[in-house]
Write a protein that binds this ligand. Sequence first.
Ligand code: SF4
Ligand code: SF4
Length: 376
Amino acid sequence: MKYTLSITQRCNLACEYCYIAKRPEVMSLEMARKAVDFLFHHAGAEQKIHIGFFGGEPLLEFGLLAEITRLIEQHPAAAGRRVELAVVTNGTVWNGEIADFLNAHNIKLCLSCDGPSDVQDRFRRTARGKGTSARVERTIRQAQASLRETVLVNAVYRPETLRSLPATVEYLSGLGLREIYLSPDYSAPWSRADTEALPEVYRAVAELYMAYYRTKDPHFISLIDSKLVVLLRGGYQPLERCSMGRRELAFTPNGFLYPCDRLIGAADGKAHCIGHVDRGIDLASLACRRPAEPPSSTMCGDCGFRDYCMHWCACSNYFLTGSYGRVAPFLCASERAVIQTTFDVFVTLGQDLGPVFVHHVNGAPQANLRPSVLAA
Ligand code: SF4
Ligand code: SF4
């Protein structure tokens, strides 16, 4: 189960691609208590629960975050369960007190950094237009030095920065980061030329991934590793697919419920909202909003990539096409390129490194890929 607590929608930055409306509300402790009760009840008998602090910029409300952490830890329903905590931050608010608290409470730091200064400062700026790269780089170095848990980094790429993706990976690796997530901005205006560039760009990232491996310095790079697991399992499993409010919920400062943090948007209880902590989840609205399975789009048909493709991701589809169930050419092209690239990595590293690589990917046997995947 994955839960996101958006404890504030205030932010000290004004990133150009931000999808969160800036509002002055901060979650009250009373609302936080209701949200924590709600999520433990919603989780039922689930043993593993992930709770992320989100914003706006959640570290602007560090005191509140600390109080909610204690609420979670001391909740009777937390006993005997594995409750993982994380905070998603823009990397501009940092000090020793925060580091000590995260260490003491095993809270994972997920930092947003799009890449080297020419990439980071293109979109991630203050309201006055000042770049943030120097500040964020300093936080990455300080966090790496002071935190026990691995620091995770998320880099968003857009049409303007897609071709810099390999440089971004090299930059983040150079800062010592070994858990790197790469996320396309699905709301961006992706052109045909961008779409056609995807295989080459992903291939260049894969070359870096393989080079790190060969020099015995493996990195987790989401583009490759997330899909590798899917290939080895023979496709996405039912519980991994988007379930729109069933296995994932996002709470706004005012207690509204959303199916995932990417759909919070205005957080005003209107578009995409599926309920409130005081009233529960609106199952009727959920039913009509869940994407049809298989997707309503006719474009997928009997595509050989289908089991390995995220065509079912409702929020990605929504940002690209305005419909939870309609797949856009960009997502289709991106998924094809990732699947093919990942399969090539698996075969190449499997041949070069044999058991060493296979062990990394869970010791599973050769991927159970349908021949159609390779032929498609
Ligand atoms: S740091 Fe996050 S919440 Fe703040 S403006 Fe940037 S994307 Fe939006
Ligand atoms: S690769 Fe394209 S056609 Fe195939 S399942 Fe994915 S979105 Fe559908």
